[in-house]
Design a protein. Structure first.
Length: 124
């Protein structure tokens, strides 16, 4: 299948997110998986980690890039597949969920992170 045959299902483009560090904690768990985001927008991210996480798993994602950081953003794993350097997990943030602490603050930082990566794309 060529890249032209792939249908884009996202409503918003994702941006390269070099330098965005990620930690993932499964709901009810204590261990945190460290990873790196490959792409990002305010709605979700593609994250590289060293172990798989099942689809539909509820996770809490911590993000850090320079002066912007968030801790415990509610998200759901939509897909996870093996790649050469680990596993690529696609997560969708659920910042507006009733279970998300400080949803307005979380949303504001997600928007700021997206704007940062969008401006880097425009500059290149």
């Amino acid at each position: 299948m060529s890249s032209e045959d792939v249908v884009e299902r996202r409503g918003s483009p994702r941006f390269d997110s070099e330098g965005l560090l990620v930690k993932i904690r499964k709901q009810g768990g204590f261990a945190r998986l460290q990873g790196i985001a490959r792409d990002f927008n305010r709605h979700g991210a593609g994250i590289i980690i060293d172990q798989p996480i099942g689809s539909d798993t509820v996770v809490y994602v911590s993000l850090a890039c320079g002066d912007l950081s968030l801790d415990s953003v509610l998200a759901v794993v939509h897909n996870c597949c093996a790649i050469e350097d680990g596993f690529r997990c696609g997560v969708r943030f659920r910042a507006q969920s009733g279970r998300q602490a400080n949803p307005a603050e979380v949303e504001a930082v997600l928007v700021a992170l997206e704007a940062r990566f969008a401006s880097l794309k425009e500059a290149s």
